[in-house]
Design a protein around this ligand. Sequence first.
Ligand code: SAH
Length: 249
Amino acid sequence: MNTECLLNIKIVLVRTFHPGNIGSAARAMKTMGLSELVLVQPLDYPSEQAETMAAGAVDTLTNAKVVGSVLEAVGDCTVVAACSARAREYELPPLAPGDCARRLVAAASRGPVALMFGPERHGLSNEDLQHATHRVLIDANSEYSSLNLAAAVQILSHELRQAARSEVAVAAECAAVKELPTAESLDHYFERLNQVFGATGFVNKAHPGELQKRLRHLYARAEIDQQELNILQGMLGSVDRILRDKQRE
Ligand code: SAH
């Protein structure tokens, strides 16, 4: 069983409200052999209630990394799967838990990847989803499809374990995995894109984030690789150089 790759899979809990859910999520992870827990702005942590619910997984809980933003949590990751029951205006490529797990395990053999879960009340915001490359949907009762946070973590953790177990399938996918850009390098690209096309006047001043939002989804759907991002960076650089030359004239 390829347990090594499980260490490269981060479980990211975003703005969790109930500390008990953080503890239960840590337990769900440890039972399936996962250990990398990252907490983005937890409301109440560290907490006794979290420790109680973690039971024998207090080590996973105390080793959790606490960070201030989603980008800080997933910046070094190439595949960022976001668990969300809700469809959005701009749809990310949706995956079933098993497919998502195989994708994550395959990419995890090369470097860090992340699986992200939202807060209990409202789930992940569109801003949180900016850095996601895939959406994961757990098929459930259409009249009530919102699982408890830790239950969702348990289902995906189990799928990750099954994926890591079926080495043949994963090895086949590994061979097909392209070199993917990290969330951080994509973020730098979009910052530069906004700057350059802000200067040409193409970015709508009234809605400066709109172009970026749409293109992020386009690139996520296309699953662009590092080489393709290099080409886009190069194209952007050439426009930038012309603009600078013009400014000097
Ligand atoms: N009320 C929220 C759901 C919060 S449940 C909403 O409408 O989005 C807490 C988290 O568990 C969610 O953010 C999501 O990450 C995960 N989750 C719960 N049910 C899910 C489902 N059916 N599919 C995928 N993720 C789910």
